[in-house]
Design a protein around this ligand. Structure first.
Ligand SMILES: Cc1cc2nc3c(=O)[nH]c(=O)nc-3n(C[C@H](O)[C@H](O)[C@H](O)COP(=O)(O)OP(=O)(O)OC[C@H]3O[C@@H](n4cnc5c(N)ncnc54)[C@H](O)[C@@H]3O)c2cc1C
Length: 99
């Protein structure tokens, strides 16, 4: 297959660092632990085996709001896709058994 000339005429410009400084997590107060900047703590830091589990059972955090995440679109999407199965498993494990 001929893929033509290499794409050497395009430039990706990135200037400076993008920092999420103010995560909107006030509503988590009293529910799940956050770090000093307000990012949701997950995984080992939250005492959880699951990388995306917060300190609160059934509350998971992915993407920019998660402490230690890389703050990039691709990772936010990837973490979101992974955590869906964790949520299903949580619901399956905790679903009320018929009496
Ligand atoms: C200027 C800028 C340039 C960037 N450029 C790049 C780039 O080139 N490449 C790259 O990979 N990444 C880039 N990023 C980072 C990228 O945008 C983020 O990593 C990504 O959007 C994180 O996705 P997210 O879903 O975790 O969070 P977000 O995209 O922030 O989505 C969170 C959503 O939740 C909503 N929300 C928050 N609280 C509530 C609530 N209580 N109820 C309902 N909705 C709520 C918000 O309004 C928002 O829509 C850039 C970021 C900025 C700011």
């Amino acid at each position: 297959m001929d893929i033509g000339e290499p794409l050497d005429r395009f430039v990706y410009v990135a200037e400076g660092e993008i920092e999420v400084v103010d995560p909107y997590t006030g509503w988590l107060s009293g529910l799940a632990a956050t770090d000093a900047k307000g990012f949701a703590i997950t995984g080992a830091g939250a005492g959880q085996a699951d990388d995306y589990a917060t300190t609160a059972p059934g509350i998971f955090a992915v993407g920019d709001v998660r402490a230690g995440s890389v703050k990039r679109v691709a990772s936010a999407v990837g973490e979101g896709s992974v955590v869906v199965s964790r949520i299903w498993q949580y619901l399956k494990d905790t679903r009320a058994k018929p009496g």
